[in-house]
Design a protein around this ligand. Sequence first.
Ligand code: OGA
Ligand code: NI
Length: 373
Amino acid sequence: MNKSQLPVEITPKDEHDFDRISELKAFDETKAGVKGLVDAGITKVPRIFFSPPDKFPKDSNPTINPGFSIPVLDLDGIENDPLRRRNIVDRIRDASGTWGFFQVINHGIGVSVLDEMLAGTRRFYEQDNEVKKEWYTRDGMETVVYNSNFDLYGAASANWRDTTYCSMAPKIPNPEELPEACRDIMIEYSKHAKKLGRLLFELLSEALDLDPNHLNNIGCSEGLAILYHYYPACPEPELTLGASKHADYDFLTVLLQDNIGGLQVLCHDQWIDITPMPGALVINIGDLLQLISNDKFKSSQHRVVANLAGPRVSVACFFTTGLMPSSKLYGPIKELLSEEHPQKYRDTTVREYSLHYNAKGLGGTSALLDFML
Ligand code: OGA
Ligand code: NI
């Protein structure tokens, strides 16, 4: 076949995809993330960030339905007051089976620690770009993985945020392996988060009528990754999202957000705001806990809208060993199965699930569906 016989016409789709890939590459190669665009003074959102409109309405008038917001649970005194504990376990069972989300107050992590974790996050992103760039990578096996959009080349649209991922347990990194801007607080915060996580897994075990240590014993709290996010102010917030609709791929997430807002959970086909509450932490069930609870607990879809105000920062603690080599199999817990409740998912490892989720990226269908029997 000579050259003249080759199809010369480029379809509009190809042309679009070609441009898109080079634009993604150019953006990636700056290693400066979305913050770099904003610092350069852009006033228009580049098209790689355009996200298609969503079919679900936003619950824009909560006064019509004031009860429609995620529960806030007070953990004060539950360690030594069995009655309060039982009450909280009941409420966790309700919230985890419906919303998949709740907030906790009096959770044992002091406000100064929370504030310093948010401040450390800001310090990391707002430091000299030449220093920050050194951490920029797409190699998920590095100790610290800073980049913008882990699924940049696979997702339908890029998100208006930068993220740093760092595994803090079971292996605690050496301080020198962590960015100086936030290393001390990362180590301190992850100790607190780990302790809170163990308590939450006890309460969740009780909510499933299992031995209080069940979820901790099977390793749910073994792995802990910190993901700290930076959502720069956005000049055209209606065109993009801070984070596309997704569910988390871990067992459980403990999320610290600042006071800007933008996090929403999808409930009964409506986006509900998770309004920031000073001192509170947002807790949500991850896909792996939905899987092992055989759907008793729900890993809900959520997103972060972009905002004219900002930057917004948040810090998610993911209870998972992520991509670490793992051979332990997780499937629906036998005690939860019966003729009435047959097993809904096949067994998997944490690594297999995480790899599958990463390959899919955010914004599509739930990765959990692919593990259904
Ligand atoms: C996440 C997430 C929400 C936020 O890290 O998975 O949903 O508010 N974060 O940053
Ligand atoms: Ni999430």
